[in-house]
Design a binder for this molecule. Structure first.
Ligand code: SAH
Length: 246
């Protein structure tokens, strides 16, 4: 069933964005009495269409759904260029990321003009919302901003990891770190751009508590590294083989 993120107005009526109403009516070709899901404050409401013009919904049932990871993952991405970033935002959302902080590092190719930032952020937020709806999440990841690399000094996760191409294939203790993850812990992950990290950046991260990890012997593209790392962590956070994964 189609899912949308909505709000309640002062009278307790369900409100959808105009573009979502357009989607329901024109794309899904919905009719009166058709059902859809609306997520409001992390709760899923099964709603039926009461009226098409003006659009209104009726609550059928409220549900609690367990779709979110038991822990917060913050992705610090030193932005791959072009539509790869769109792809990373979408896939990271599907994999359960809680927050995404876009970083401008020394070798980040994308240079975002301050003037263009608000427009870009709105577009990125739309990607996150749509990916959350598609993945049936009950939360939309928070997109913080496009910030300078030095922002990683403020990272405050229980576990902080930097995927470092320089230790690719070396023993970094990643498996031991993963095995110690406790539900509810927050994890910060830092992935470099296509050009990789400068050594000084890795040093800064390490001096602020990030542990360097290897993602295997091969060098992955930035976007693959993000997906790989998030897949591994979400698997471990959900209890690996115990919680319906295998
Ligand atoms: N241009 C660089 C590679 C950058 S890969 C070079 O040729 O060395 C882009 C980012 O993906 C890296 O900064 C790192 O964060 C991550 N990454 C890719 N492969 C990795 C691996 N095997 N281990 C750890 N991190 C990796």
């Amino acid at each position: 069933m189609q899912r949308y993120f909505g709000k309640l107005d002062d009278q307790g009526n369900i409100i959808l964005l105009e573009e979502d109403i357009f989607h329901v009516i024109k794309v899904m070709r919905a009719r009166v009495n058709d059902l859809l899901e609306v997520v409001i404050d992390e709760q899923v409401i099964l709603a039926s269409i009461h009226n098409l013009h003006p659009f209104s919904l009726k609550v059928v049932e409220r549900r609690h759904e367990d779709r979110e990871l038991k822990g917060l993952i913050t992705l610090y991405s030193a932005m791959p260029k072009g539509d790869k970033l769109d792809w990373v935002l979408q896939k990271a959302t599907e994999l359960g990321v809680s927050r995404i902080i876009l970083l401008s590092s020394k070798r980040t190719i994308v240079k975002v003009d301050e003037m263009d930032k608000p427009k870009k952020i709105i577009r990125y937020q739309k990607i996150l919302k749509e990916a959350s709806e598609q993945a049936k999440r009950t939360k939309i990841p928070l997109l913080v901003d496009i910030l300078d690399f030095s922002f990683i000094e403020k990272a405050s996760g229980d576990i902080k990891l930097i995927a470092d191409e320089d230790v690719a294939g070396k023993t970094t203790g990643f498996m031991q770190i993963l095995k110690k993850i406790i539900p509810g812990q927050s994890i910060d992950i830092l992935v470099g751009p296509e050009g990789g990290f400068e050594r000084s950046e890795v040093k800064t991260a390490v001096s602020h508590g990030f542990q360097t990890i290897s993602l295997g012997k091969r060098i992955l593209r930035s976007e693959t590294a993000v997906i790989n790392l998030l897949s591994i962590i979400s698997f471990m956070m959900e209890g690996g083989e115990q919680n319906g994964h295998l």
